[in-house]
Design a protein around this ligand. Structure first.
Ligand code: THU
Length: 127
C-alpha cells in the first residue's frame, strides 16, 4: 500500500474519540517527501475537538514545513469520509494544490483535490 495511506490508517489507531466513537487518521506529505500524521482528539467540551487533518497539518507546520504534495484521510466508512468544512478552510490556506486521498479500512480510495472542496473560498487575498 502507498506509505502515505498506510500512515493515515496507522495514525487512526491513536484516535481519542470516546464521545463519537468515530476514529479518523490523517497523513500529510511535504514537498520534500516527509510524512506527518494526525488523529482526531476529542474533548469533553466537544467544541474543542481537533480533527485528524488539522493535527497532521499543525505538526508539519510547526516543524517548519510549508509546501505539501498530498494529504490522506482514513476512516472506517464505506462512503469515504471527506474533510469537514473547517478542515477544508485550513487546508485551502496551506495547500490548495495538494491531492487529497480518502481511504477506508478495506483499502478503497478516492483521489480529489483540496481546491475542488471549497468553492469561492475566503482567504488572504481579501485582506
Ligand atoms: N473528524 C475528523 O477528525 N476529521 C474530519 O474531517 C471529520 C470529522 C472527527 C471529529 C470528531 O472527533 C469525529 O470525527 C466525529 O465528528
Amino acid at each position: 500500500m502507498d506509505p502515505l495511506l498506510q500512515a493515515a490508517l496507522d495514525a487512526r489507531q491513536h484516535a481519542h474519540a470516546p464521545f463519537s466513537g468515530f476514529r479518523v487518521g490523517a497523513a500529510v506529505e511535504t514537498a520534500d517527501g516527509r510524512i506527518f500524521t494526525g488523529c482526531n482528539i476529542e474533548n469533553a467540551t466537544y467544541s474543542l475537538t481537533l480533527c485528524a487533518e488539522r493535527v497532521a497539518l499543525a505538526k508539519a507546520l510547526s516543524e517548519g514545513c510549508r509546501r505539501f504534495r498530498r494529504i490522506a484521510v482514513a476512516a472506517a466508512t464505506k462512503v469515504l469520509t471527506p474533510p469537514c468544512g473547517s478542515c477544508r478552510q485550513i487546508l485551502w490556506e496551506f495547500c490548495p494544490d495538494a491531492e487529497l486521498i480518502l481511504v477506508n479500512l478495506e483499502g478503497a480510495t478516492e483521489t480529489l483535490f483540496v481546491r475542488d472542496l471549497l468553492p469561492r473560498p475566503f482567504d488572504a487575498t481579501f485582506l
